[in-house]
Design a protein around this ligand. Structure first.
Ligand SMILES: C[S@@+](CC[C@H](N)C(=O)[O-])C[C@H]1O[C@@H](n2cnc3c(N)ncnc32)[C@H](O)[C@@H]1O
Length: 284
């Protein structure tokens, strides 16, 4: 078949690049892909924001803070035990910002950061409704517009901790924290992820995803990208950024607990950990 000039012009010339240039190109391509992931997730959360208003309102109204898929109470998990008068706390991926409200109610000074404007719009409404005032910032958690060492605690409950590459958000959390600062984050457990296939949605009782190939997980049906690490990789990325792990809570729901989401049943979560709460300390 005859080739047109146009086709020829668009055919890349295959040339061997010098190693340094090839490395730079690869880094640029990776950075572009990361930006694209952020935009995909941002669009998804802008679409889903209205669905999260009612759960957000319920959390704002709660007498006692609760965490994660199984709503275990703060009195059991002590996520906020270091929050006191004037503690500077940033929530990376705050959604409706109920955790920030819980921080404020303890005298802390929260900042809610989120990439999706619709989520922040819901948060703003709730702040107004409950008479709270604290800053809400629209940014991606890998590019946070605050100076180094501005916070005592960085918190993420299925926010940046799920939706952003840990190689990007963990260094940013380390930069933002003061020496001795605390990083607390909640994620799906690696058990849950290895039992959830790429196509499927509901956790099975078989290992269906390769543990070693978790990392960046695409969910084609809703055009989103999540990041899930195994324990060794979490420990390494935290350690490389000056954190030491203080605790890893593998959450077990109470007997008779009811599932809030359809991707994991209570029976499953009573047998294997469905979520993890990590506590890591920045070196002094
Ligand atoms: C599951 S919500 C977490 C908020 C709250 N804890 C909750 O469970 O509803 C996930 C949030 O992370 C935000 N998010 C996703 N990617 C982000 C990024 N790159 N930077 C900051 N926030 C991000 C989303 O917009 C969303 O509001």
């Amino acid at each position: 078949m005859a080739r047109t000039t146009r086709q020829r012009r668009h055919t890349p010339v295959e040339e061997e690049l010098p190693a340094e240039a090839a490395e730079r190109l690869a880094l640029m391509a990776e950075a572009a892909r990361q930006r694209e992931d952020v935009e995909r997730n941002r669009a998804a959360w802008n679409r889903w924001a209205t669905d999260y208003c009612m759960p957000g309102l319920r959390a704002w109204q709660a007498d006692e803070p609760f965490w994660g898929l199984w709503e275990l109470p703060e009195s059991e998990l002590n996520v906020l035990d270091e929050v006191g008068e004037g503690t500077d706390v940033i929530e990376l991926g705050c959604g409706t910002a109920y955790a920030c409200a819980w921080v404020a109610e303890r005298g802390g000074m929260p900042v809610g950061l989120d990439v999706a404007e619709a989520q922040l719009e819901s948060a703003r409404m709730l702040l107004k409704q409950f008479g709270h005032e604290f800053p809400l910032v629209r940014a991606s958690a890998d590019e946070v517009p605050f100076a180094d060492e501005s916070f005592d605690i960085a918190l993420s409950e299925y926010g940046a901790s799920t939706w952003l590459d840990p190689a990007r958000w963990v260094p940013e959390a380390a930069r933002l924290l003061r020496p001795g600062g605390l990083l607390v984050f909640v994620v799906n457990s690696s058990y849950l992820m290895t039992c959830t296939s790429e196509e499927g949605y509901v956790a099975s009782s078989e290992l269906v995803r390769d543990y070693f190939d978790m990392g960046r997980c695409e969910f084609a049906a809703d055009n989103t990208v999540e990041y899930h690490l195994g324990h060794g990789d979490w420990i390494r990325v935290l350690g490389a950024n000056g954190f030491s792990v203080e605790d890893l809570v593998e959450v077990r729901p109470r007997e008779g607990a009811e599932a809030r989401y359809d991707f994991v049943s209570a029976d499953w979560a009573r047998r294997w950990p469905s979520e993890e709460i990590w506590r890591a300390r920045k070196a002094r």
